[in-house]
Design a protein around this ligand. Structure first.
Ligand SMILES: [Zn+2]
Length: 238
């Protein structure tokens, strides 16, 4: 898997990231699944599953993004598409915010890991793609409403390193796991989330401000962050 260097010159402070569809007034990030979509019946990798990075069979859902959003569930196909690009906003699918220090990530702080604001980690793993600046501001307002602690990161170097999904080893019960790329057990996996390693992240105290004309945009409209890394709410193989 090639490594992406994110130090290419940016396209300006505000990228053209499309606004997502709304549900009951709330913008629904492109990465989320809907009730009109459904996972396949549980089972080992099938020949009909699409192939993803490193030849991993990917969980192929049916249906269309209609009905109601599943606020904590990544749609496996859209997560794959957005994360594999490493540069697309998880809310609108447009270009993520890019500065000289790297691409913008907003992550829920994970109490199970050392706090990057005090430990200066060399790398952080996540299944959440980056964000454009406008949608990052929307998402952070939602964080604050939920009293969630969010990390603001600028990331100069991003590499896809592993896959989360259900592993069906012969003779074993299916298990949700994270498996590194190139590991032989990927042959038994049905992938659901691509995981990126964010290397040498710069931790910011707060989001860069929006340019003035956009500051009022959507001020009263919450958005949402996808669920923190972990099994989806209804993984078919629990
Ligand atoms: Zn966006």
């Amino acid at each position: 898997m090639s490594m992406l260097s994110t130090d290419t010159p940016g396209t300006g402070p505000l990228s053209q990231c499309p606004d997502p569809v709304r549900f009951q007034g709330l913008p629904v990030p492109l990465i989320l699944a809907w009730t009109g979509e459904a996972p396949p019946a549980p089972g080992p990798p099938r020949a009909t599953d699409i192939l993803s990075v490193d030849g991993v069979r990917w969980e192929s859902w049916t249906g269309v993004p209609q009905g109601a959003p599943l606020w904590t569930v990544h749609h496996p196909g859209r997560q794959l598409e957005l994360m594999d690009s490493r540069t697309r906003c998880l809310v609108g699918g447009g270009p993520a915010h890019r500065t000289r220090d790297g691409l913008l990530w907003l992550l829920p702080a994970d109490p199970a890991h050392p706090d990057p604001r005090t430990t200066a980690p060399q790398a952080i793993r996540t299944a959440n793609p980056p964000l454009c600046l406008r949608h990052a501001h929307q998402a952070q307002r939602h964080c604050r409403r939920l009293a969630l602690d969010c990390l603001v990161l600028l990331v100069p170097e991003v590499e896809i390193v592993s896959v989360r999904g259900t592993v069906h080893r012969p003779g074993d019960a299916p298990r949700w796991e994270e498996v590194d790329l190139h590991h032989p057990d990927l042959d038994f996996m049905v992938g659901q989330q691509l995981v990126a390693e964010l290397r040498n992240p710069v931790v910011l105290d707060e989001l860069p401000p929006l340019p003035q004309p956009d500051r009022s945009a959507d001020e009263a409209t919450p958005s949402t962050l996808p669920a923190p890394p972990g099994p989806p709410a209804f993984s078919p193989a629990q």
